[in-house]
Design a protein around this ligand. Structure first.
Ligand code: GLA
Length: 373
């Protein structure tokens, strides 16, 4: 009898252990999603203890699905993405992607470093946008699932070769995503180079707190803790001015809906076709930006150590991109809060420096936190 009991205890323990391991493994599920230029592309499904799901892919180190509850507990995906890898390849280049080497625009695709002029691919009017057509959004990064982490975590790494898209230096890039039980996406970036270079790294996720593909974002209430923004010309290149937001439709220091003032005859709204501008963080408070959507009650907070944020409200969306579940992403149906440096900084010594030197590591963290109220 004693022996049977002991066997039973051992068996139960073994089963429990197996169960734990199984549960642990399931925190990050890795599946083959497709292949790109000979590299394997994976879909990574991260499930936190609250049962909410974040899906990532190493193609562009991107976020492709984020399922969080509304105030009644009903879950929906609130970020843009595609159901299949073929859809992703054929679709918008930047949805959810990590963008580099230089997120946003560099005027005429030219900058000078230590007396040497560098030329970049021109892919946006007369300018270079988002690291050129073959930027970091369009390569298959390496995928690591670190062990013994508190929360589901995936680390993407990429070796960007010297003169890739015209930029000097071999760069090692890391983007680590952690999906906490508190529904926070923590993105940790780390960059090194072996030659003096410039960079601007961001994540280009589009959010619609009604659910991706469920109408526009004009009713989303936005706060950006920024008392200045970066005005641009008609090609969205900074003029060099850092203009106070006070008294203008760019004042989001207190909550305003995205749509409230977007139609005003203000020069910058006309040039941008709406909001498509960098706001300079005051950095006085923990939370740098927040979005509230009153119908679902979903609330998103952005916390970052980067100097600013590009607030883009989907002015170029036109419904031709069909995303998850066959839903078209129509005009202004998603907003991006892309934390980073200011556009065209290499040509603006008055802006915070985007130079990276050999021996230095650029480290930065951005958190997107989701809740309801
Ligand atoms: C950024 C730019 C926009 C647009 C999108 C990509 O947000 O500021 O002008 O180019 O990327 O569609």
């Amino acid at each position: 009898m004693k022996k049977i009991n002991q066997t039973l205890i051992l068996l139960t323990a073994a089963l429990l252990l197996a169960g734990c391991n199984q549960a642990k493994k399931e925190i990050v599920k890795k599946e083959l999603f497709g292949t790109y230029k000979g590299g394997e592309v994976y879909l990574l499904t991260l499930t936190n203890k609250a049962g909410n799901v974040l899906k990532l892919t190493n193609f562009g180190a991107r976020i492709t699905w984020l399922e969080v509850p509304d105030k009644d507990g009903k879950k929906d995906n609130i970020t843009f993405g595609f159901d299949t890898f073929d859809g992703m390849i054929a679709g918008d280049r930047y949805y959810g992607a990590v963008v580099g080497r230089y997120a946003n625009r560099i005027a005429k695709g030219k900058f000078t470093l230590d007396g040497v002029e560098y030329s970049l691919p021109i892919n946006n009017g007369p300018n270079s946008l988002h690291g050129g057509p073959e930027g970091w959004h369009s390569v298959a990064w390496n995928t690591e699932i670190p062990e013994k982490t508190e929360y589901p975590t995936v680390r993407f790494t990429y070796k960007s070769p010297d003169m890739e898209a015209g930029y000097p230096g071999n760069m090692n890039v890391e983007a680590t995503y952690t999906w906490t039980d508190n529904n926070e996406i923590i993105i940790d970036y780390a960059l090194t180079t072996d030659k003096k270079t410039v960079f601007n790294i961001t994540n280009h996720a589009y959010f619609n707190l009604h659910g991706a593909g469920n109408g526009d974002i004009l009713d989303h209430q936005l706060v950006i803790k920024a008392s200045k923004f970066v005005p641009v010309d008609t090609f969205l290149i900074p003029t060099g001015e850092m203009r106070p937001v006070a008294g203008s439709p760019f004042d989001f220091t207190t909550p305003h809906t995205v749509g409230e003032r977007i139609g005003e005859a203000y020069d910058q709204l006309i040039y941008g076709g709406g909001y498509d501008h960098t706001f300079i963080f005051d950095n006085a408070e923990e939370v740098d930006a927040a979005v509230y959507e009153p119908v679902s009650g979903r609330f998103m907070e952005v916390i970052s150590d980067q100097p600013g944020v590009q607030f883009y409200c989907g002015n170029f969306l036109n419904g031709t991109m069909i995303g998850h579940g066959g839903k078209p992403y129509v005009y202004r149906s998603g907003l991006c809060l892309e934390t980073g440096h200011y556009p065209d900084s290499p040509n603006h010594p008055e802006f915070p420096s985007t130079v990276l030197n050999p021996g230095d590591t650029f480290k930065s963290r951005t958190i997107y936190r989701f809740s309801v109220k």
